[in-house]
Design a protein around this ligand. Sequence first.
Ligand code: ADP
Length: 337
Amino acid sequence: MNQWETLLEGTGYAYFTLDRDWRFTHLNKQAEYFETTTKAEVLGKKIWEAFPRIVETPFYQQYQKVFTTKQPVIFEEFDQGIWFEVRVFPIDSGGLAVYYRDITERKQFDERKDEFIRLASHELKTPITTLRLYAELLQEQIKDPELIDHAKKILNQASQLDELVSELLDLSRIQIGKLNFEMEDFDFVSFARETVETIAKASPTHRIQWVSDLRRASVRGSKARLAQIINNLLSNAQKYSPERADIIVRLTRERRQILLSVQDFGIGIPLAFRPKVFDRFYQVPHNNGDTFPGLGIGLHVSKLIANKHGGDITLHSRPGQGSTFTLTLPLSKKVDA
Ligand code: ADP
């Protein structure tokens, strides 16, 4: 084995390369193990000569994509009882390098975790709603100011708990395709302004400013779900800018898209963590000991909701100076902005 082959055996990945005509040019030990073949048997053969079944699989489609686009692709795929993580890279000779490994154990663990979250959030929802209801009743019925204050505190904590559990429930529902999307055509400008103004009025800590000279812009979407995104971005903007009171919400239009950006002047997000903030359960670590409440779900769910509308959420940030999250949505056919 030469130095490179030793290195490739040590990565823990199965590995093979194809030339521009789909012929095997290399195969390491793990790949021999997964494919139940030997290097000698496949070298020089085209991939479908060695494995005829491959052309019907999503693996083959992804390899084709890399051949055409010359852009690397990373994906997870289930095949014959095993979950694989696959990384495909174009190589200079015009061929492909494919790394893959068995991630079945992690997938099964994730499935059990998701199932637990689904059950737990479902079971917690009813008692929390009851708790809130009775705390509200108490607050209305009692006269003693001290007791009213106690009831307020119960209500406040129950509401926070309710929000956390709702986030978990949304996550479970969106994963199994059960989150409700009641789609309609509506004017996004007045909808977004009203949603932002309601949140602004209720904010005891921040000045939330609305900036837009758009009059109307028709969007097709679920108002409840889009309000959820706006809520999430604004509550993050407040949470992660504890020392700066200003938040600016801008609504603009660019070609066939509407852009809603929420800018804060808070702690910001270092470059290395930016791609991860949309991962579920991800929270940026703070080495100065700061902690912020939350579960790391809001942005993940918000991005999935935006994607469901054919839109996206992007992020610009400068550590120590603030962050801007931008929601883009396609304008619907009935445009009159
Ligand atoms: P959380 O409930 O933890 O706020 P989110 O999914 O909403 O979860 O956000 C994920 C992570 O992204 C947060 O934990 C935080 O580290 C980071 N983040 C989100 N919004 C901001 C912001 N406006 N400024 C700085 N960091 C942010």
